[in-house]
Write a protein of this length. Sequence first.
Length: 354
Amino acid sequence: MESKQLKLNKRDERFRGLLEARGVCDEKIVDVLESGYTLGMVPGTISDQMYGNKMFSSCFGIHEFVEYVKGKHEFQKLPGFVEYVAKNIDDIKGVLLDARRQRYMRDGILSFRGQTSQYYYKRKVPSPVRANERGEELSIFPGLFRQKGEYYTFYDVPSEQRTLAYFLHELEPNNAEVYLDSSHAYDMIRVEQHYATQTSGLDISFDIETAIFFATYKMKRNSSGVAYYEKIKKGEHKGVIYGFCFRDPLVKSAEYLISEFDLFRTYKPQRVLRQSCGLPLFGSHERNIAVTDLDFVIKLDKDFDYEGLRMPEYMFPNVLEDKFYGKLLELKDRYPKELSNIVEYQGSRGGVTG
């Protein structure tokens, strides 16, 4: 598939001119721009838009970067991530018993994310300091910024599909000013993320059990397209749990833990509450910045054995328990095309037929 042509802003145009003046060939210049590098805000520097303003991951001197692109310079790699292997819940608890992490937890600044696998991506011009020997970089992208191609490209411009915004009067019928209020609330992006469309928010939780669930249960679909979560069998685990201590900006449970809703009061989105969610938002110039605030990585042993406290029925409550979800499915029955991105889970209707 042919890449879309990236529309360059003035800063990127200056960057292109600088690379040309320093003898970088046209093909390599395209690779550099497609990989997300641009002129830094600090004079004399190059910025990597994967990692925002994180100095050690993102900011490089122009001369050294140009020589790196030409294959004549190597940067010193950043230290690797702190990694553990867990065979059971006691191993996970042992990681969290560290005195420093106990303090983080008391302060509400340690958050978690669980995945059934660890993912990497490649760019035509890899990070000088974060890429491994195969040119791969650890991927912890918000859903909006994920790609499936061989090489990650900034030529593909992501766009969010905010379908729920058209149904606000239905989702909150007791607020005549709901459309006006929605522009001042975070609720829209929260519910879009958890019930409909991937956004620029990264799913994290302040509850380790939630992270364990998403590291040990895989979402599948039956022949009718209905989704369900299935426990990964012992001996087949490849899951990973990330522990974050976001510092700039600070992501603290006191501000980020979703415990109530400003906008949706008639029908409360129970799914979001049960997963102890937080949703820090990232811009297109910092799409993989979460990796820079990793405190630890726990890889699950293939024989990981633990019957977690969170079950699919709890994490994804049916319409009898989650009235917001019930309203969404009701609307999807009426507007199947407009709300095709609403996922229906097995047993979600709780015996109620659509």
